[in-house]
Every structure is written in structure tokens, then in C-alpha cells.
Design a protein around this ligand. Structure first.
Ligand SMILES: NC(=O)c1ccc[n+]([C@@H]2O[C@H](COP(=O)([O-])OP(=O)(O)OC[C@H]3O[C@@H](n4cnc5c(N)ncnc54)[C@H](OP(=O)(O)O)[C@@H]3O)[C@@H](O)[C@H]2O)c1
Length: 316
């Protein structure tokens, strides 16, 4: 018998009901899992506000969604580069102006396996800056509307949280020493999910029960991730992996985030993703999370350091 709460097939989007009147904000929808998630939510009648950095790609994404789903879909793009805190702040202000509710903010965009250490304009190592600090600021600034909407925050992490150092390198957050693409990516994804579990604690302490926060990952999905930011060697390795049954279509990679954004009864303390081989593919559900992802002392310090670094304070 399967111990997946959704049975042997795991969670699938057939569980999503009519989404008329609901608004989802999703980062990184020009390709991969973010595109598939936006498409499924739009097909169910939701309004989707996409946050993307590249205006031409965003326009092509809107055109492709309309071509596939019809002109009547309610989709809007707001330009945001997660690598620039100023851009994230501007985009958040624009979203607050244009949206009257947020049922879920899905933090999906990322770069990965950046071959050489690069700093963002704000001086952050690029993966930490884009994946973690960019989304940390976005979440904090959109939180008031999410709270008013009794909405959710969903972070798309990675199994990389359990690779590399498996903790936060507080004495050298921006990798002046010993940079490797995988260690820096893994730290950024660990930071992202640690902040979700820390947010759950903060919500509880503040007595805020209406907002839910979830961490998930897409397993090993055939997307543009490595082609966008990885080295030639990584592109070749992942190119070969894409031919094997150890990867799944991008659409399946979107299921965990869609489940976390829409499924009524989910345990926030869990980690969601594929439950098949290595957690890379297979039926979607909750699976094991290693304890370092919930190290309380590290999470509290990371939250403080992130508020200091971004200059953004959460009001919960
Ligand atoms: N694919 C996998 O096997 C895998 C495994 C583990 C975790 N993940 C996670 O899954 C999520 C989705 O990735 P994916 O695999 O679907 O990759 P993808 O196809 O490369 O999509 C990534 C998206 O993020 C956007 N993005 C990158 N940098 C950005 C920035 N500075 N500002 C705004 N948007 C930015 C990209 O936009 P552009 O088009 O402008 O580049 C793109 O829309 C990520 O969080 C990733 O860490 C993926």
C-alpha cells in the first residue's frame, strides 16, 4: 500500500478545482516548471501575475500561453530581476498596485551551477543573491497582501539543500574563499527552504494562522536550468541525464509547487516533491527532510542576516 496521502499516483493537478477569482504570483515563468505551473493555473481559470526579468521573453511567454489557452486568459507580466534588490522592490510595489489579492506567491525562479563566482549589483554571490535574497525581499514586501488574502508562500527548493556544506557559511556568505558552483547553489537552496520553516515558526509565534508557508522541489526535471547558467561540462552531463528515466518532463516538476499552492489540507512541516527513485521522479507527495534544514539556531541567524543584507524587515 502507498503511504502517499494522495494514493499510488501521488498528487496531480486533477485535484485543482475551478480557480476563478484566485490570483497567483509566480517568479520565473519564461521556461521550465514555472511556465508549466502558470499554464495549469491559467487553464483552471486563475489570474496569474508572472515576475520575469526579460521583457522580450515575457512577451513571448504571454503570447505562447494565449496561443495554447485562448486570448481570454488573465495573465500579466511584471518585470523583475531577482539579481537586483532595487528591481525586486519596484516589482513588489507594482504587484501591490495591480493585485487585489494573492492566493499564493510561488517562488520558483532560479539560476544554478554558475561556473565562476559572480557578484550581483548588491554584492551578493549570484546564486545566493538571486535565489535567496531576491525571494526573501519579495516575500517580505508582498506579505501584507498575502496575509490579508489568507494566502500562501511556496518556495521551490532543491534536493541540493542536502549537498555541499549542508549549513550556511555565515563567515563567508558570498564565497570569497573555496567557491564551487554546486556548493554555492546548494547553500542558496538550503537558505530558501530554511527560511520557509523559520517563517512557519514566526507565523505561529505571532498567532497568524491564515497564512501558510510550504517548501517543495521539482525533482529532476527537463528544463532550461543548467543551459541558462551552468558550465559547458554541466550542460553535457545534464543533457545526457535528460535522456535517461532519471528525469521527468517539466510539467511533472511543476506539480509539487502547484500542490503547495492549492491543496487544502497539507502539513506545512513536510518537504514535498517526487517520491520515486532518489526523489528525482515519480508520484508527488511528502518525503524525508534531513534535520539540518530545520536547524533552529542557523535559521534564526539566517533570517536576521537576510534582513540586514537586504535592508527589508518583515512585519508579521
Ligand atoms: N530542473 C530541475 O531538475 C531542478 C532541480 C532542482 C531544483 N530546481 C528548481 O526549480 C526551479 C525552476 O527551475 P527550472 O528547472 O524550471 O529552470 P528554468 O527552466 O531555467 O527556469 C528558471 C526561471 O527562472 C528565471 N530567472 C533566472 N534568473 C532570474 C532573475 N535574476 N530574475 C528573475 N527571473 C530569473 C528564468 O528566466 P530567464 O528566462 O530570464 O532566464 C526562468 O524563467 C528553480 O528554483 C530551481 O532551483 C530545478
Amino acid at each position: 500500500m502507498s503511504n502517499n496521502q494522495f494514493g499510488r499516483q501521488g498528487w496531480t493537478p486533477t485535484r485543482i478545482g475551478n480557480q476563478d477569482g484566485k490570483t497567483y504570483v509566480i517568479t520565473g515563468t519564461t521556461s521550465g516548471t514555472g511556465f508549466e505551473a502558470a499554464k495549469i493555473l491559467l487553464a483552471k481559470g486563475a489570474r496569474v501575475i508572472m515576475l520575469n526579468r526579460n521583457a522580450a521573453k515575457s512577451a513571448a511567454t504571454v503570447a505562447s500561453l494565449k496561443e495554447q489557452l485562448g486570448d481570454e486568459i488573465d495573465v500579466l507580466n511584471v518585470t523583475m530581476d531577482l539579481a537586483e534588490q532595487a528591481s525586486v522592490k519596484e516589482a513588489a510595489a507594482e504587484v501591490l498596485e495591480k493585485a487585489d489579492r494573492i492566493d499564493a506567491l510561488i517562488c520558483n525562479a532560479a539560476i544554478a551551477q554558475v561556473p565562476k563566482r559572480v557578484l550581483t549589483v548588491d554584492g551578493f554571490e549570484s546564486q545566493l543573491g538571486v535565489n535567496h535574497f531576491g525571494h526573501f525581499t519579495l516575500q517580505a514586501l508582498l506579505f501584507p497582501l498575502i496575509k490579508a488574502s489568507k494566502g500562501r508562500i511556496v518556495t521551490v527548493g532543491s534536493l541540493g539543500y542536502d549537498m555541499g556544506l549542508k549549513t550556511i557559511k555565515f563567515d563567508d556568505l558570498n564565497w570569497e574563499n573555496d567557491y564551487t558552483p554546486n556548493d554555492a547553489y546548494s547553500q542558496s537552496k538550503l537558505a530558501q527552504i530554511m527560511c520557509i520553516y523559520e517563517l512557519q515558526d514566526k507565523l505561529k509565534q505571532a498567532g497568524v494562522t491564515g497564512v501558510k508557508a510550504y517548501a517543495c522541489h521539482p525533482g529532476s526535471s527537463r528544463t532550461s536550468l543548467i543551459a541558462t547558467s551552468g558550465s559547458w561540462m554541466m550542460r553535457i552531463i545534464f543533457g545526457l541525464m535528460k535522456l535517461s528515466p532519471l528525469t521527468q518532463p517539466a510539467e511533472n516538476g511543476a506539480y509539487p509547487m502547484l500542490m503547495c499552492a492549492t491543496e487544502p489540507t497539507l502539513d506545512q512541516s513536510a518537504f514535498y516533491g517526487p517520491t520515486g527513485r532518489n526523489n528525482w521522479v515519480g508520484p508527488v507527495g511528502a518525503h524525508k527532510l534531513e534535520p539540518h534544514a530545520k536547524d533552529k539556531a542557523v535559521a534564526e541567524k539566517l533570517w536576521q542576516v537576510s534582513e540586514m543584507a537586504t535592508g527589508v524587515s518583515w512585519t508579521i
